[in-house]
Design a protein around this ligand. Structure first.
Ligand SMILES: NC(=O)C1=CN([C@@H]2O[C@H](COP(=O)(O)OP(=O)(O)OC[C@H]3O[C@@H](n4cnc5c(N)ncnc54)[C@H](OP(=O)(O)O)[C@@H]3O)[C@@H](O)[C@H]2O)C=CC1
Ligand SMILES: O=C(CO)[C@H](O)[C@H](O)COP(=O)(O)O
Ligand SMILES: [Zn+2]
Length: 341
């Protein structure tokens, strides 16, 4: 069969590539249905990566968040027409200690390997997780991002000391919102405080205990642990504020991606005996955990749906551009593409 792959060839320019693929395969074939734009895809689309990185990674199909329908399944694990969430990480080896998303050999879609903007995606059966009926299509589209937060919260549980009276989350965007939602369920007794830049975004955090604008942090304000969900230029000041506010022996979970290296006040990190750890991406186990978590906490699905800010029907290549352009000017939430191309 001829598969059409919609690749970013240079910033702001998509082109179609045709690839002849055999149906004599052990791979499951998935038809993408609802895809969502991640900040990482926007950086490629806008060319906000170093020229050497763009040269190495493009042309490449973008998008690593999405759900699709099973069209062919030689593994017999799924029903034809079943909706599944697609795991973008593809490991090529097992390791007893290192999670699949930290193995340098793993291939991650839309970061050096083709993402989901294709007519059909050929995947290993263990890269697909069925979802359940109450999970609506638009919200399911960004389950990958939820799985990243889930993964980070799992690591947080493993690495932090027991006192969790107050946790601070820096970042009033998608990742901050999702991380806060998961933490609220996992630590119902903990006071959760979100630190943001924008009052109108903080208004969405209706489930949180306290909201603070980053320019109005009271002197002497203290938290036990923190999550940095900012990324980009804001990362440095966020980490700086966290290091100032955090109590001794607290942990800082770093999630934001910054294009340039940032400065960290290591003197205070040492003095307070802090633990800083990064979390990136996720694996099948995190996707399964996410789906199970949402099955158990159905009210979270409703909160997540508040993140759906743009839904763009894509039936031609120019609509992919439209989705990226609209995502760029949108001040809140996620852009979802209804993949009808
Ligand atoms: N670790 C991982 O695997 C993943 C990492 N990411 C990364 O996480 C980061 C956040 O992603 P996402 O939530 O989608 O992006 P958003 O732009 O939605 O969220 C970032 C938010 O932080 C706000 N902000 C800026 N500076 C500060 C500051 N100093 N303190 C507090 N808030 C601040 C921004 O406001 P404003 O817009 O007004 O500047 C924005 O609302 C990105 O770098 C992204 O690449 C995303 C997915 C997975
Ligand atoms: O978004 C992400 C995971 O969901 C990661 O931030 C993304 O994979 C980073 O990749 P890149 O190095 O290509 O920016
Ligand atoms: Zn992402």
């Amino acid at each position: 069969m001829i598969n059409q792959i919609y690749r970013l060839v240079s910033p702001g320019r998509f082109e179609i590539t045709y690839r002849d693929l055999s149906l004599n395969t052990d791979k499951v074939i998935v038809r993408p249905k609802f895809l969502s734009v991640c900040a990482a895809d926007q950086r490629y689309y806008q060319g906000r990566r170093e020229a050497s990185v763009l040269k190495k990674k493009l042309p490449m199909a973008l998008i690593h968040e999405g759900v699709g329908e099973i069209v062919f399944d030689p593994s017999n694990r799924f029903k034809i027409g079943q909706t599944v969430v697609m795991v973008p990480n593809t490991p090529v080896e097992n390791d007893e200690v290192i999670d699949e998303n930290y193995l340098p050999s793993s291939k991650f879609r839309s970061s050096g390997y083709d993402g989901f903007t294709q007519d059909y995606v050929f995947m290993e059966s263990d890269r697909l997780v069925p979802i359940f009926e109450e999970l609506d299509n638009h919200t399911s589209a960004f389950l990958e991002l939820v799985s990243v937060a889930m993964h980070a919260v799992r690591r947080f549980k493993e690495k932090t000391h027991v006192r969790k009276e107050k946790i601070g989350i820096w970042g009033d965007g998608n990742l901050g919102y999702i991380t806060a939602l998961i933490l609220k369920k996992e630590y119902p007794e903990t006071e959760l405080v979100v630190f943001g830049k924008n009052e109108h975004k903080l208004d969405y955090f209706t489930f949180i205990d306290e909201k603070i604008l980053i320019n109005d942090i009271p002197t002497g304000y203290a938290i036990d642990h923190a999550f940095e969900c900012v990324g980009g230029r804001g990362s440095e000041s966020a980490v700086d504020q966290i290091i100032d506010c955090i109590k001794p022996m607290g942990s800082i979970s770093l999630l934001g991606v910054s294009e340039l290296p940032i400065e960290i006040n290591t003197r205070l990190v040492l003095e307070k005996g802090l633990t800083l750890f990064g979390s990136s991406r996720s694996g099948t186990i995190d996707f399964q955990e996410t789906v199970d978590f949402l099955k158990e906490n159905k009210d979270v699905i409703d909160y997540l749906s508040h993140l759906v800010s743009n839904v763009i029907e894509v039936s031609a290549i120019k609509h992919i551009d439209r989705a990226f352009e609209e995502d760029l000017v949108s001040s809140w939430g996620k852009t979802v593409m209804e993949w009808k191309i």
